[in-house]
Design a protein around this ligand. Structure first.
Ligand code: G3P
Ligand code: CA
Length: 243
């Protein structure tokens, strides 16, 4: 079965990378959530997509120039103002505590946003939190920074890693296996049915992003793709049920 990951929670319907967005995805029946992590000025993993606060929050400036205690006071509903006051920026610790607390064993894909900014110690800090909540088997670490994923495996080989990419990679399945990664997370438009077939044979999972149209969802499910990321997990779950 093709698994459905709510991209930044349910980013098409809720303020992205917030607790209410993650809850929405899980309530809709998603098999997992995806979220993005940066480090604050005081080196605490915080859940937000951009390097800057401006697009999604009530703040401005760089995420890594503010303290965690300052960031958690900001509102992340800038793109969905109807949720103002209900969508603070979460720390990674808060999300993992929530994920560990329920009965549902959904997957948490933590994307390390260290492809533009180099965050020293990010892998160690994220892995320590994953272990704190005993989520080693339910977390997938991913990054466009493939060296970071190799580093993560050196720290804790039991936590699965995945390689993100937006342009073609030569023989991505072989490349992933050489890096010790269990999966590739390619940009949707780079994905052909041939890649899905080859991955199945090499046991490397393929999870394309970001899959929002009905047609693309149906196509990937019919190809028996491992999983995909979508801003509309509720719609994806309905489409999967209908096929
Ligand atoms: O992890 C899949 C996807 O989230 C990667 O791209 O820019 O949405 O973080 P982006
Ligand atoms: Ca992401």
């Amino acid at each position: 079965m093709t698994l459905i990951f709510g991209h930044r929670g349910s980013a098409g319907t809720m303020p992205e990378n917030t607790m209410i967005s993650f809850q929405e995805a899980i309530d809709a029946g998603a098999d997992g959530i995806e979220l993005d992590v940066h480090l604050t000025k005081d080196h605490i993993p915080v859940v937000i997509h951009d390097e800057t606060l401006d697009r999604t929050t009530s703040g401005t400036g760089n995420v890594n120039s503010q303290l965690a205690e300052e960031l958690v006071l900001l509102d992340a509903s800038a793109e969905f103002p109807e949720f103002k006051g209900k969508a603070p920026i979460p720390l990674l610790e808060e999300v993992l505590e929530w994920a560990a607390s329920g009965d549902s064993r959904f997957i948490v894909n933590i994307e390390l946003k260290n492809n533009i900014i180099e965050y020293s110690g990010l892998e160690e800090k994220v892995i320590a939190l994953v272990k704190k909540f005993d989520l080693d088997e339910r977390v997938i670490l991913s990054s466009f920074n493939h060296g970071s994923m190799v580093q993560a495996l050196k720290i804790e080989p039991r936590i699965e890693t995945a390689l993100l990419y937006s342009d073609g990679i030569y023989k991505p399945n072989d490349y992933a296996r050489r890096a010790g990664a269990k999966a590739i997370h390619p940009l949707l438009r780079t994905v052909k049915d041939e890649l899905i077939r080859q991955s199945r044979e090499s046991s490397v999972s393929v999870r394309p992003f970001t899959v929002n149209s009905d047609e693309d969802m149906k196509r990937l499910i019919e190809w028996e793709t491992s999983a995909f990321f979508t801003d509309f997990p509720e719609k994806a779950v309905q489409i999967r049920k209908s096929l």
